[in-house]
Design a protein around this ligand. Sequence first.
Ligand SMILES: [Fe+2]
Ligand SMILES: [Fe+2]
Length: 176
Amino acid sequence: MKIFVCSICGEVYLGRAMPASCPFCGVTARYLKFAHDWEDVNAGVILSEKSRKNLEEAMQLELSNTAFYFCAADKLTNKEASKMFKGLAKVEREHASIFRKLLKMESASEFKEECPADPADCIEQSYQREVRAVAFYARALTEATEARIREVFEAIMNVEKDHIALDEEMKKKFEK
Ligand SMILES: [Fe+2]
Ligand SMILES: [Fe+2]
């Protein structure tokens, strides 16, 4: 068994081999480190006003998406769609927690979101949420002057691009 640490979310994965992506926040394996090589790069980051504002917006966006995805996971009776949304909810919850930690906040208030009862409608709304997220991160990335913040925004933006690809696959399956 080996000990891997994600340099974006800081979570630990114990496994026989390096996974293709972080099982918690979904970033690609290039951000995974062996525990003995890992360093806490968040500690020394001093945030600009702009980045603080963008991190707060990122956290709200992720909390809203988390709530929407948990709603869909609970409401949908289709197994595959429900499990997909449960997986997405956990990833987006991890994203919210990455931003909360960068903002040095102890806790964040929970969100409540409504969701449709039909899988195709949930997938369509998910697609729109993910497109909005990618556009937001692309802008936040150019506005960040701190190397660490740019690194985090870029890594998370690429996870949301993977979510768009997943939604596109699922849209075909659930076409009405
Ligand atoms: Fe996310
Ligand atoms: Fe996402």
